[in-house]
Design a protein around this ligand. Structure first.
Ligand code: FAD
Length: 409
């Protein structure tokens, strides 16, 4: 276990023991910067469904010494396919990342990743306070005081809001009326897990795309479970309806039946998975504009709290992991002037994260093309390109998958 350096000028408070908050905490403690993590849930073991980690994210986790634990709970697809709904035409193949980049692209259960991070945080002596909701803060020239719902007060030189897409810390910094708090509801994602034994046929990892919706599926936990995300566009909601969609909800049996009907005839795999699904969660999907700043004084943000993106590049958790590594390195480098360290973190990260946000929104447009002629042309071009230059589509992701967060500061 690392011991905090004597006379360390910096102590850090983190709100949120999610993927980004825990990655930052581990990397700060490794640099001898004492950390306390405040988490509203009683257990930070994590729930949820599947998650894909691109090579840029696994690179950071490997650098943190977690390669073996990660490999033990992950599936590494030999390739991912993009296919067209109804026709089953293969539009693109993403060959195995390890052979292209030398690092794995993993598909795993979110709870397994959360467990690995939590275990590592405990081994490094990170102090995690579960069941504490952060409700307010004050800052002065020497530090920040954080208040929790049950009347607790915590003091540190820096506060990091790693509290997710509906970040309270972001609202404290930038206000509820600012553009960051006016996201646009653009879709719904139905996310679930099914027992693989209940699904006929071999599962091919990848996405099936069609008018106004797409379906992603891949096996998890040694192939015993299948993860699916059915994503659909939504439009024209009133402000009132928009507000109602704020939280993820258990989809009702009637909703699940309606979902099956909307995906009827798409592909045998999609139909088999939805037939086997007893339940799933419905998540609202918001498009957020990039923020012009991620910190005010000694309080900064990371992960979904400052750059939430649509899930179509499967990169939100990866960005939070990169952030966790880089914010720790930046605060170590500027320990005597953490305000500058937080500004430097924004300077190093904002363009990349904005590109992920716009890239993910663009992917949704590409996936969901509905005018038949446009769709026919684009799908035709993709299919031909994937046949004559199979590496072309994978090459399009080079900018994001090759990024090395461990060398940025
Ligand atoms: C359908 C879907 C599919 C996705 N698939 C992928 C994928 O395949 N790959 C990928 O990389 N990303 C994916 N993502 C995105 C990914 O889930 C997020 O980007 C990632 O979880 C962000 O991590 P975070 O640490 O910033 O926030 P979170 O994981 O949301 O963690 C925030 C933490 O803060 C805590 N918290 C919140 N408020 C408070 C408070 N006031 N006080 C104390 N604690 C608080 C929460 O309880 C939580 O533990 C997907 C998202 C969706 C919706």
């Amino acid at each position: 276990m690392n011991r905090p350096a004597k006379n360390c000028p910096l102590r850090v408070l983190i709100v949120g023991a999610g993927i980004g908050g825990l990655t930052a905490a581990i990397n700060l403690v490794v640099r001898n910067i004492p950390v306390r993590v405040i988490e509203r849930s009683a257990s930070s073991e994590g729930i949820g469904a599947g998650l894909q980690l691109q090579p840029n994210a696994t690179r950071v986790l490997h650098a943190m010494g977690l390669a073996e634990r990660l490999a033990a709970v992950s599936m590494e697809p030999s390739e991912n396919l993009l296919t067209a709904a109804y026709s089953g035409r293969v539009l693109a193949r993403l060959p195995q990342a390890r052979t292209r980049i030398g690092l794995p692209h993993y598909q795993l259960h979110r709870a397994d990743l959360q467990h690995i991070l939590l275990e590592s945080a405990h081994e490094h002596g990170v102090q995690i306070l579960p069941g504490q909701r952060a409700v307010g803060h004050t800052q002065d020239s020497a530090g920040v005081t954080l208040q929790t719902q049950d009347g607790g007060e915590y003091r540190a030189e820096v506060l990091i809001g790693a509290d997710g897409a509906r970040s309270a810390v972001r609202t404290w910094l930038f206000g509820a009326g600012e553009p960051a708090d006016q996201p646009v509801l653009v879709g719904l994602a139905y996310r679930g897990l099914v027992d693989a034994e209940k699904v006929e046929g071999k599962i091919i990892p990848g996405a099936v795309i069609g008018p106004r919706r797409h379906f992603v599926s891949y096996p998890l936990r040694g192939g015993s479970l299948i993860n699916f995300v059915a994503q659909e566009e939504i439009g024209g909601l009133s402000a009132e309806e928009n507000k109602k969609e704020k939280n993820e909800l258990q989809a009702s049996a009637a909703e699940l039946a309606a979902l099956r009907a909307r995906f009827a005839g798409w592909s045998p795999q999609v139909e088999a998975i939805l037939r086997a699904a007893d339940t799933c969660l419905r998540w609202p999907l918001y498009r957020h504009r990039p923020l012009p700043a991620w910190s005010v004084g000694r309080v900064g943000l990371l992960g979904d709290a400052c750059h939430p993106s649509l899930p179509n590049l499967a990169s939100g958790a990866g960005m939070a992991i990169e952030d966790g590594y880089i914010i720790a390195a930046s605060l170590e480098k500027y320990a005597a002037n953490p305000t500058h360290g937080l500004r430097e973190f924004y300077r190093l990260r904002s363009n990349r994260c904005a590109r992920i946000q716009t890239g993910a929104a663009w992917m949704a447009t590409l996936f969901h093309l509905h005018p038949p002629l446009q769709r026919y042309l684009v799908h035709g071009m993709l299919a031909v390109a994937s046949r004559i230059a199979p590496g072309l589509v994978a090459h399009g992701f080079t900018w994001t998958h090759h990024y090395d967060a461990t060398k940025i500061v």
